[in-house]
Design a protein around this ligand. Structure first.
Ligand SMILES: [Zn+2]
Ligand SMILES: [Zn+2]
Length: 338
C-alpha cells in the first residue's frame, strides 16, 4: 500500500510503498477514508521540540471501514465504520481510568492514518453513527479536543467567552460553545485569514489583535471575558490571556507550545485567575463527538478547507506548514483519483 512517510526535517513527506498492515490481537485494519493533518504533525516534523524518527508514518485523525480483524476482537467486524484513537492505553491502570489513554505509561501508538490502510486497536475504536459520513468521521479527533476544553471550562450560557487563536482547535471550541448555548463569544486573531471560516462556523465577533483589542473585546462581549480559551500555542498568548480575562476568570490552554514562554505569575495571582491545561480528550469525548457531528455536521464541516489525494499530500502538508493553504482543516483522501 501507499503511505506518507516523514524523512527528515526540511524535506517534504515521501509517498512510498510499504507492507499492508496486519491486525494483531485485539486489533483491526481499516481502509482509510479520510485522515486530517494538524499542528501536531507539523510540530513533530519541524525540528522544534520532539521530532519523529525518520521513516515514521504520520496521520492520527482518521476514519475508515474495517477490512480485517485480529484474534480476540469482539466488538468490531468487517464493514464497520469507525474513527479510532491514535494512542491506546493498557486499559487497566490508574492513568487509563482517567479516560485519557495518552497518560498511560504502557500506551501504544496507532498513528499511520496517512496511508491506504491503517491498523487500529479495538479498544480505541468508536463506531460511527450510520448517518455520519466517513469524511465527517475524520473530524472526531480534532473536535474531541475542543469538547474536552469546553467541558473543563464548564461555561454557562450567559458567560462571556474569548477564544485566542482561530485555528482548527479554536474553531472546534467555538463549535462546542455554540452547542452549549453560550451567546457572547469572540475570537481574537493575528490576521484576517480565517475570518470567513470562523463566520461560517457561527462566529459573530472576529477581532484582530491590536492595542485597541481589549476595548473591542469588552465592547463585543459586554464586559471582560469570564473564560479565555488559549488556542494559539505560541509564546505570549498565556500572558495575553491573563491580561484579558476578568478578575477570578478562568483560562483553559489548549495550544501546543513547545518552546519556552513567559508570563508573570504575579499578574495572574493579582487577578485570582484559574489557569489550567487540557490534554486532548477522554474516550467518552470521542464517542460524544461522533454523535454531535452527526447532529450538527454542517457547522463542523465548514472547517474543512482542503481535501487532497495522498499523492498531493506532501505539497498540501508544506502549504499548511507555511500558512499558505486554506487555513482550516486539511483532509487527505488516500483513494482520491485512483
Ligand atoms: Zn491532531
Ligand atoms: Zn494504562
Amino acid at each position: 500500500m501507499k503511505a506518507a512517510l516523514f524523512k527528515a526535517v526540511g524535506e517534504p513527506l515521501a509517498i512510498e510503498d510499504v507492507p499492508d498492515p496486519e491486525p494483531g490481537e485485539g486489533e483491526a485494519v481499516i481502509r482509510v477514508a479520510r485522515c486530517g493533518v494538524c499542528g501536531t504533525d507539523l510540530h513533530s516534523t519541524s525540528g522544534h521540540g520532539y521530532t519523529l524518527p525518520a521513516g515514521a508514518q504520520l496521520g492520527h485523525e482518521y476514519a475508515g471501514e474495517v477490512v480485517a480483524v485480529g484474534r480476540g476482537v469482539r466488538r468490531l467486524k468487517v464493514g464497520d465504520r469507525v474513527a479510532a484513537l491514535p494512542v491506546v492505553g493498557c486499559g487497566e491502570c490508574e492513568a487509563c481510568r482517567t479516560g485519557i489513554d495518552v497518560l498511560c505509561s504502557r500506551w501504544r501508538g496507532y498513528g499511520g492514518g496517512l496511508a491506504d490502510y491503517a491498523r487500529i486497536s479495538e479498544r480505541g475504536a468508536t463506531l460511527l453513527p450510520q448517518t455520519l459520513s466517513l469524511a465527517d468521521g475524520a473530524l472526531v479527533e480534532p473536535f474531541a479536543v475542543g469538547r474536552r476544553g469546553v467541558r473543563l471550562a464548564d461555561p454557562a450560557p450567559t458567560d462571556r467567552v474569548l477564544i485566542v487563536g482561530p485555528g482548527p482547535i479554536g474553531l472546534s471550541v467555538l463549535f462546542w460553545l455554540r452547542r452549549a448555548g453560550v451567546r457572547a463569544v469572540a475570537l481574537l486573531a493575528s490576521s484576517d485569514r480565517r475570518r470567513p471560516l470562523a463566520e461560517a462556523m457561527g462566529a459573530e465577533h472576529f477581532l484582530l489583535e491590536s492595542d485597541a483589542a481589549q476595548e473591542e473585546i469588552t465592547a463585543a462581549l459586554g464586559g471582560a471575558p469570564d473564560i479565555v480559551f488559549e488556542c494559539a500555542g505560541v509564546p505570549g498568548t498565556i500572558a495575553r490571556s491573563i491580561a484579558l480575562v476578568r478578575p477570578q476568570g478562568r483560562i483553559v490552554s489548549l495550544g501546543f507550545c513547545m518552546v519556552p514562554d513567559q508570563f508573570v505569575p504575579g499578574m495572574a495571582l493579582m487577578k485570582d485567575v484559574a489557569l489550567r491545561f487540557s490534554l486532548i480528550y477522554t474516550r467518552e469525548d470521542y464517542t460524544e463527538c461522533a454523535a454531535a457531528l452527526d447532529a450538527d455536521g454542517d457547522r463542523a464541516r465548514a472547517m474543512v478547507t482542503d481535501t487532497v489525494s495522498l499523492a498531493d499530500a506532501p505539497a498540501a502538508f508544506e502549504r499548511l506548514r507555511t500558512g499558505t493553504g486554506g487555513g482550516g482543516k486539511l483532509l487527505i483522501d488516500p483513494w482520491l483519483g485512483r
